[in-house]
Design a binder for this molecule. Structure first.
Ligand SMILES: *Cc1c(COP(=O)(O)O)cnc(C)c1O
Length: 234
C-alpha cells in the first residue's frame, strides 16, 4: 500500500469531476452512489475521502480493509474483491455491502457470520475467465438461494470487460436486463475507465478509484483473495 498524494480538497474536486461525467453521459449524479475505491492506498486515502465528504468506500482485499477500518461510523465499507470463505470472519461487522457474492457457499458463510447482511450478486457479464462473478444464467438461482439464507439481496454487480467504455457496454446492458428481470434495484457497474457506458446502461452505483486517488501501487504479491478459490476452500 502506498500513501495517497491527494488532499481532501483534491479528492472533492475529482469527485465533482466524476459527477460531471455522470451528468454529461445523461445520468443524474444525485441518483448514482459513488463508491470511492481505496485499494492499493494506505489509510491516507480514507482520510482524504472522508474529508471530501465521501462515505462509501470500497476495498478488494480483506486484510487491506481491516488495516484501514478504524471503526469510523461515518464510513460504509463495500467489499468488492474475490473472497475466500475463511476471510469472511475478518470482515463480518465491518462491511456494509458485500458486493462480490458469486457462489452459494460464500453466501452461506456470510449469512452465518453476519446474519441478514446486505449483499449484491456479482455476475460475470464479460465471460473473461480472470473475472469473478457467477454466470448470468446462474444469477436468478443464486439470488433465491441467498434469500433463503436470510441475506438481504439488494442487487447485482459487474466489472466491465477490459478495454474502455464501449467494450464494457454490452456487459452492462446484460446486467441491467438481469436486474430488471429479477426486480432488483441496485446495479453496481462502472469504474474510472467506463463510467459513461455504465451510466448509459442505467448504473445506480459506480466504483471509482483511480479517478479520485490517482494511480495505485501494484497489487499484493500473492495469496489473498486474488487467488482462485480452491475446491477445498468452498
Ligand atoms: C479496482 C476496482 C474498482 C476501481 O477501479 P478504478 O479503475 O481504479 O476506478 C472498482 N471495482 C472493482 C471490483 C475493482 O476491483
Amino acid at each position: 500500500m502506498i500513501a495517497c498524494a491527494a488532499t481532501g480538497a483534491e479528492v472533492a474536486d475529482r469527485a465533482a469531476m466524476v459527477r460531471r461525467r455522470i451528468e454529461a453521459a445523461g445520468g443524474d449524479p444525485g441518483a448514482v452512489t459513488l463508491v470511492a475505491v481505496t485499494k492499493g492506498f494506505d489509510r491516507s486515502a480514507v482520510v482524504a475521502a472522508t474529508a471530501a465528504g465521501l462515505g462509501d468506500l470500497g476495498e478488494n482485499y480483506a486484510q487491506e480493509l481491516v488495516a484501514k477500518d478504524d471503526g469510523d461510523a461515518e464510513v460504509r465499507w463495500h467489499f468488492l474483491g474475490r473472497l475466500q470463505r475463511n476471510k469472511v470472519r475478518l470482515l463480518a461487522g465491518r462491511v456494509a455491502l458485500w458486493q462480490s457474492v458469486d457462489r452459494p457457499e460464500l453466501g452461506a458463510e456470510i449469512a452465518r457470520r453476519a446474519p441478514g447482511a446486505a449483499v449484491l450478486v456479482q455476475v460475470n457479464v464479460s465471460g473473461e475467465a480472470a473475472k469473478g462473478g457467477c454466470r448470468p444464467v446462474d444469477a436468478a438461482g443464486l439470488v433465491e438461494g441467498l434469500r433463503g439464507e436470510g441475506l438481504d439481496v439488494r442487487g447485482l454487480m459487474a466489472v466491465g470487460a477490459a478495454g474502455g467504455s464501449e467494450v464494457a457496454r454490452p456487459g452492462f446492458r446484460t446486467l441491467r436486463g438481469l436486474a430488471d428481470r429479477l426486480g432488483l434495484d441496485v446495479r453496481s457497474m462502472g469504474m474510472s475507465g467506463d463510467v459513461e457506458a455504465a451510466v448509459a446502461e442505467g448504473t445506480t452505483m459506480v466504483r471509482v478509484g483511480t479517478a479520485l486517488f490517482g494511480p495505485r501501487a501494484d497489487p499484493p504479491p500473492r495469496g489473498d483473495q486474488r487467488a482462485e478459490p480452491k475446491a477445498g476452500d468452498l
